[in-house]
Design a protein around this ligand. Structure first.
Ligand code: N01
Length: 542
């Protein structure tokens, strides 16, 4: 549970605004800034106690971003770009949170943000053409536009096993880490989950804990981050060339500029192939690995070459052959989000760290003493859940959103999310999502995608106001065509071959559809720009 109990803000919520924004992470903050430039009245509701979104909540030991700091930052203000001093190549959570706080101070954002305030419901009034937004404190505000800036990975999940409340010791979820930190010194710790959060926290928790037992259902592909302090000359170089770099980010596939690969992994010799993978492994960049050859994400045989390379690395690093084998994933590389680590595989060589393969011995329950699998009960002093999120849709459907005719968004999406461009959904006029399902979002550098969506939404609102129009809503036809297009692109890749959170596969009962748009950030931006240039083609305006 969050360590601050929500307190109602002492300010009064205005009764009506032009735009209500849910979330004060990187999306909500930039939105607020842009809305003020248009002289629109805006209010932002944020469940957390400060700005930062993901970086406010995910304070687990070892938490870092896997995109380089100089690229994982706002581009909208050259002054901000020039004055901010990043310390590390891959900044820690505290460093990114300080950046978010700096931005909030610099642009005086907090005065329109209501913290510790969770939005619970929003309903569209067809007569008034406004949204009525309700908070958990009972506040209500009417808004012409509602923007869900709620993030893709913000609705956390626990494992679906009995006994979660039985354990007598402390439990922690990586996404709700106590602000004061946790000292595991001398403790026997059980940790469930080996996605990015698990992979980053395991080596750090192992430094403190007397014993660490890691429960793994699916192994992750992880690359050494090769993190380091940034050199003054590379910072100066970037600052001198930022405009060109930002443009390259916007036109790239993942929001990170990389050379476009020319060769197939299958057309080169084994030596050339291994040398390319070795360069990617040494570079500490996930994108370098995924773009080492042009067919890794679409051709199983090509992908198998990357898989074999990483398996070999794991076997070279991990001394115990059985543990090494258990750490080797079988699904295609990149079809679940790969991880970036510091000493992850090495940690399993430490005598007090042990891996339990849940494929062999599944989790059965949490007991008062610890964790029971099908063959053993493990006793712990603390349990860490690194079990991830109800990704992409969870934060949207957790709010009771009612569109035209009182239709519930959650019900409308019961067979999977349906959006046009990941920005809006038919039946929900004047509702915008930032990096919603059907947009590149989680397959990209989030800051690049966030800025693009916010700019697009701001332009759309400005267009409506200039034309004296009041509503914008995707047509069913445009939405159907977009959903088909998203599926077509996903179907041409290996992504659907893994049980990933991209597919909704980590949440029992969640429909299995590939949710993000895999066509690339640059292509996607072109499509959005064309839609706007053609008078918001595919949207009904009135
Ligand atoms: O969550 P995850 P995460 N029983 O869903 C396991 C971003 N991120 O918080 O794979 C047993 O990836 C689950 O097993 P399985 C990044 O986009 C980025 O780690 O479902 N195990 C999995 O191993 C990332 O992808 C950064 O079979 C259960 C783990 O728990 C995303 O956030 C850092 C279980 C969950 O892994 C999510 O990462 C952190 C159950 N019932 C996060 N339920 C960086 O920038 C779940 N698991 C580096």
């Amino acid at each position: 549970a969050p360590s601050h109990a929500p307190q109602p803000d002492s300010r009064t919520v205005p009764s009506s605004v032009d735009v209500a924004v849910v979330g004060a992470g990187f999306s909500g903050m930039y939105l607020l800034h842009r809305l003020r430039e248009l002289n629109l009245s805006a209010i932002v509701f944020e469940a957390g106690g400060d700005v930062g979104g993901t970086w406010y909540w995910n304070r687990y030991p070892g938490a870092r971003v896997d995109v380089e700091s100089l690229a994982y930052s706002y581009s909208f203000s050259e002054e901000l770009e020039q004055e901010y001093e990043w310390q590390e190549r891959y900044p820690t959570q505290p460093e990114i949170l300080s950046y978010a706080r700096h931005v909030a101070d610099r642009f005086d954002l907090r005065r329109d943000i209501f913290f510790e305030t969770r939005v619970t419901a929003a309903s569209y009034d067809e007569q008034d053409k406004t949204w009525l937004v309700r908070t958990g404190h009972g506040d209500e505000v009417t808004a012409r536009f509602l923007v869900m800036a709620t993030g893709c990975l913000s609705s956390s999940k626990l494992p679906e096993i009995p006994g979660l409340d039985r354990f007598e010791g402390p439990t922690y979820h990586t996404a709700h880490w106590p602000h004061e930190g946790v000292d595991f010194t001398g403790m026997r710790v059980g940790l469930i989950g080996t996605g990015s959060s698990g992979v980053q926290s395991i080596p750090v928790i192992a430094e403190q804990a007397a014993e660490l037992t890691v429960f793994q259902r699916t192994p992750a592909y992880s690359l050494p981050a090769r993190n380091r302090t940034l050199r003054p000359d590379e910072i100066a170089d970037m600052k001198a060339n930022y405009r060109a770099f930002r443009q390259a980010q916007r036109e790239s596939g993942f929001g990170v500029p990389t050379p476009i690969p020319e060769k197939s992994a299958l057309e080169v010799s084994e030596e050339e192939r291994d040398a390319a993978f070795e360069r990617a492994w040494e570079s500490g960049s996930l994108v370098n690995l995924l773009t080492a050859f042009h067919d890794l994400s679409i051709d199983q045989a090509a992908n198998d070459t990357a898989k074999r390379f990483i398996h070999r690395k794991i076997h070279q690093i991990v001394a115990d052959p059985r543990t090494a084998a258990d750490l080797c994933p079988e699904y295609p590389v990149g079809t679940k989000r790969p991880c970036l680590d510091t000493d992850y595989y090495e940690t399993f060589n430490r005598p007090h760290v042990r891996l339990v393969n849940l494929r062999r011995t599944p989790l059965v329950e949490i007991t008062d003493r610890g964790v029971r699998t099908s063959d053993e009960e493990y006793a712990f002093d603390a349990i860490v859940y690194a079990t991830g999120f109800d990704a992409m849709t969870g934060a949207l459907t957790n709010v009771d959103i009612r569109g035209r005719g009182g239709a519930s968004l959650k019900e409308a999406w019961s067979a999977g999310p349906r959006t046009y461009l990941g920005i809006g959904s038919a039946g929900y006029p004047n509702l915008f999502m930032i990096t919603g399902p059907g947009s590149p979002s989680v397959l990209s550098n989030m800051v690049v995608s966030i800025e693009q969506h916010v700019d697009w939404v701001i332009d759309a609102i400005e267009h409506l106001d200039r034309q004296g129009l009041r509503t914008i809503e995707p047509t069913e036809e445009a939405q159907d065509a977009w959903v088909d297009h998203v599926n077509l692109i996903a179907g041409a890749t290996l992504y659907p071959k893994a049980n990933s959170w991209y597919m909704g596969a980590n949440v029992p009962g969640k429909p299995q559809v590939f949710m993000p748009y895999a066509g690339g950030v640059g292509e996607y931006r072109k499509t959005c720009d064309e839609v706007a240039a053609q008078g918001y083609k595919g949207f009904a305006l009135s």
